[in-house]
Structures are given as structure tokens and as C-alpha cells.
Design a protein around this ligand. Structure first.
Ligand code: NI
Length: 198
């Protein structure tokens, strides 16, 4: 018998796929526009809070290569896969990883408290910084990076957050330099970063 739950899950996966493809097209258009206008389309600015309450902006991390990823801690599969790949990439980079700062920004400000986000990222790698903010602050940061996210109700007071999945690379001066897909395996991510950093 075809289960209702399974059907619903298939629909969710399909819908997420559309979202990612739509986001990829949008980003691709944006980068074509960049080339034509020579203007940075992805701003790369954010003003958010560390898990300990400290206020930070992108400028706080100048001097490091920033790997910015937007997701949420109850994400069933996409976020854990990407964060694992980022962790593996840090390991592969060896001493070069000291010049890299991975940053996780929640797109679920209602549920992702600073405590939850702090513990979540530390479980992947203590080098991660997890950032939280008010819904407005998260919205502003997401617009800067052209991140798509939308709450989708599942019933029974449960919801998922559909979101685009890209790793944004900012150089030590804070300039956006590269967009990497969230499904890149860790070793390839490490290779890409090594190339950028050399
Ligand atoms: Ni996710």
C-alpha cells in the first residue's frame, strides 16, 4: 500500500528540488548580470548574533576566508550533508583551514535559538560559527545573499523550511568571490578553496 506519509515526503523532495533549481537559475542570471555590469550582485553583509549573544557583522571576520551557509537545525537532510562536507573540507585543508571561517546562518529564527544553533554547529566542528537573529535580521541577511527560504506547514504545528543550498565564499577583504553548490563533496570543496586561496 502506498503510504500517505511517503507520498507527502516525495512531494516535499520534489518541491525542494524545484526551489533549488529556481534559485540556481536566479543566481546564474545574477552572475551573468555581474559580468555585464561589473557590479557585485551578492553583497555579503550581515549583522547577527553569536550563540553567546555577541553582536557580529561580516566585518568581524575580515582576514579570513568566509564560507557562509544558510540553513536550519531541524533540516532533515540537506543541511547536515552540506555541513558534513564543509567539516571534511576543513580537515582536508590541513593548516590552510586556519585561514577559513565557516559560518552557519539559520533561516528558522522562530525555532533556532542561540543555544540550539550553538550546539548544532559545534557537533559538526568546533570551528563553525553559528549565527542567529530576529526574523527581520535574518531576512535582511538572506536578501544580501539572494537566499531563498520559506516556511511550509506540514500540519500538527510542524513545519519545514524550504531553502536554497549554496556555500558563499568571501575573501579576506569581505568580497564575494565564489558560489559553490551545497551538494559538493568535501574533498572537491577543499580543492576549490585551495585554488581560490592560492
Ligand atoms: Ni537545510
Amino acid at each position: 500500500m502506498f503510504s500517505k506519509v511517503r507520498l507527502r515526503r516525495a512531494v516535499i523532495i520534489l518541491a525542494s528540488g524545484f526551489v533549488i533549481v529556481a534559485a540556481a537559475i536566479a543566481v546564474n542570471r545574477a552572475s551573468q548580470l555581474n559580468a555585464a555590469q561589473q557590479l557585485p550582485q551578492i553583497g555579503g553583509h550581515f549583522a547577527l548574533s553569536m550563540p553567546d549573544g555577541r553582536r557580529v557583522t561580516d566585518a568581524t571576520f575580515r582576514g579570513k576566508w568566509l564560507l557562509v551557509y544558510f540553513g536550519y537545525t531541524s533540516c532533515p537532510d540537506v543541511c547536515p550533508t552540506t555541513l558534513s562536507a564543509m567539516t571534511l573540507a576543513l580537515d582536508k585543508l590541513g593548516p590552510l583551514a586556519d585561514k577559513v571561517q565557516p559560518v552557519f546562518i539559520t533561516v528558522d529564527p522562530e525555532r533556532d535559538t542561540s543555544k540550539i544553533v550553538g550546539e548544532y554547529v559545534k557537533d559538526f566542528d568546533p570551528r563553525f560559527v553559528g549565527l542567529v537573529g530576529s526574523p527581520q535580521e535574518i531576512g535582511t541577511a538572506a536578501r544580501e545573499f539572494h537566499v531563498y527560504y520559506r516556511v511550509r506547514q506540514l500540519g500538527n504545528n510542524e513545519y519545514v523550511v524550504d531553502h536554497s543550498s549554496f556555500i558563499y565564499v568571501l575573501d579576506p577583504n569581505g568580497a564575494f568571490v565564489r558560489l559553490l553548490t551545497g551538494d559538493l563533496p568535501g574533498h572537491q570543496l577543499a580543492d576549490e578553496l585551495r585554488k581560490l586561496m592560492s
